[in-house]
Design a protein around this ligand. Structure first.
Ligand code: ACO
Length: 345
């Protein structure tokens, strides 16, 4: 493993394949209004969401299986074989098991040889964190092709009653994947990534349930009431919103400055799909046109670690990412964690 690499000894990583998978089952705002006190107007006005996908219980889809479906598409589009994958990074907040994480399940289900598999637990920033990890491994020459997956199965763990409406209307299920490959051209691919965290606000968007997590190891799980609201995610929505708009902006500016670039240089911003109002705020702040910011939260809700790779794949499929374009990814979420990636497509 080379150490103290000089610039001319380093490589760039480039996204060579993208794929996504969402379950077929569409849940509209009107569907939700039948099971809780909410309505289409409130949800659209506050979040921009019209519908989201939910896995139908018992149909076999899991966080891992959705990730595998997205990964197969990404690998095929990258024009490589699964055995060319040198490393797997899997980002999720909704793993199939408490442990082991989904990374090893992907290695098994795709029949990839015994390469390393890493699980990333950074919620909405998970994909940007995962991309950054993959990028570092490729930059230093350690790996040639890294598979990065973001996948979430939220719907089975949400409080689908009026009590949980502030959170449950927002989140949806789905998966996205990217193959990062080595390129000798240091002017293209991932130019830089920028990661942050502020654990002081860890409990402002969290799932903290007795029996779940080593902090509660002395509790007897069987004694806990499954209807206890602490079993569902909690979000201090307005506090999270206020922090999100600040941190999104900061980390985009940080990434642009690191590359001597300016907002005018951005061709496409693909923000984590947390709330359409957050995306619109960022768009206005950076003076971007409608066609310079990719949003699909209307169709899928917030799919957390999957949101950026799903959006990136759709943007690519729609021909919105052209060779030479400056593409900026930015995310903020639970932790708090946030990050950006500056990419020359
Ligand atoms: N339907 C109808 N009414 C609702 C609903 C609903 N689904 N949810 C809440 N309300 C009510 C509330 O009870 C409240 O009523 P009250 O005024 O009578 O008390 C009122 O609507 C306003 O509620 P707020 O929570 O203040 O609504 P807000 O405008 O803040 O919107 C939202 C809530 C959409 C959650 C917003 O705060 C938000 O998007 N926050 C940021 C989310 C985010 O970025 N998360 C980070 C990524 S996620 C991750 O990392 C896992």
């Amino acid at each position: 493993m080379p150490l103290n690499l000089k610039e001319d000894e380093m490589f760039n990583s480039k996204i060579t394949g993208l794929g996504y998978y969402v379950p077929e089952n569409i849940v509209t705002n009107d569907d939700l209004s039948k099971i809780m006190d909410t309505n289409d107007a409130w949800i659209q006005e506050r979040t921009g969401i019209k519908e989201r996908r939910h896995v139908v219980k018992g149909d076999g889809d899991t966080t891992t299986s959705m990730g595998v479906k997205a990964a197969k598409i990404a690998i095929e589009r990258a024009g490589i074989d699964k055995d060319d994958i040198d490393f797997i990074v899997f980002a999720t907040l909704s793993p199939d098991y408490y442990f082991p994480g989904p990374g090893v399940l992907v290695q098994r289900d795709l029949g990839i040889k015994t390469v390393g598999a890493l699980d990333v637990r950074n919620q909405c920033s998970g994909f940007v964190y995962g991309l950054s990890v993959a990028d570092q491994f490729i930059k230093t020459g350690m790996y040639k092709n890294v598979l990065v997956i973001g996948s979430e199965l939220h719907s089975h763990g949400l409080d689908m009653t009026t009590r949980g409406r502030g959170v449950s209307v927002i989140f949806g299920d789905g998966a996205g994947a990217a193959v990062l490959s080595r390129t000798e051209d240091n002017n293209t691919g991932i130019l830089s990534t920028h990661l942050h965290s502020e654990g002081q606000h860890a409990e402002e968007l969290a799932l903290i349930a007795p029996g779940m997590g080593s902090r509660w190891v002395n509790d007897i799980i069987a004694d806990n009431d499954p209807n206890d609201e602490s079993y569902f995610p909690y979000m201090n929505g307005q506090f999270v919103f206020k922090n999100a708009v600040v941190r999104f902006s900061e980390v985009i500016i940080e990434g642009l400055k690191a590359n001597n670039l300016q907002a005018q240089d951005i061709n496409m911003l693909v923000p984590h799909q947390a709330n359409l109002r957050i995306s619109q705020f960022i768009q206005k702040k950076f003076g971007l046109q409608d066609d310079q910011v990719f949003n699909n939260i209307m169709k899928y809700g917030n799919t957390t670690a999957a949101s950026i790779p799903i959006a990136l794949t759709e943007a690519w499929e729609q021909g919105k990412l052209k060779s030479g374009d400056l593409v900026v990814l930015a995310a903020f979420g639970s932790g708090f964690t946030w990050g950006s990636a500056i990419i020359r497509w």
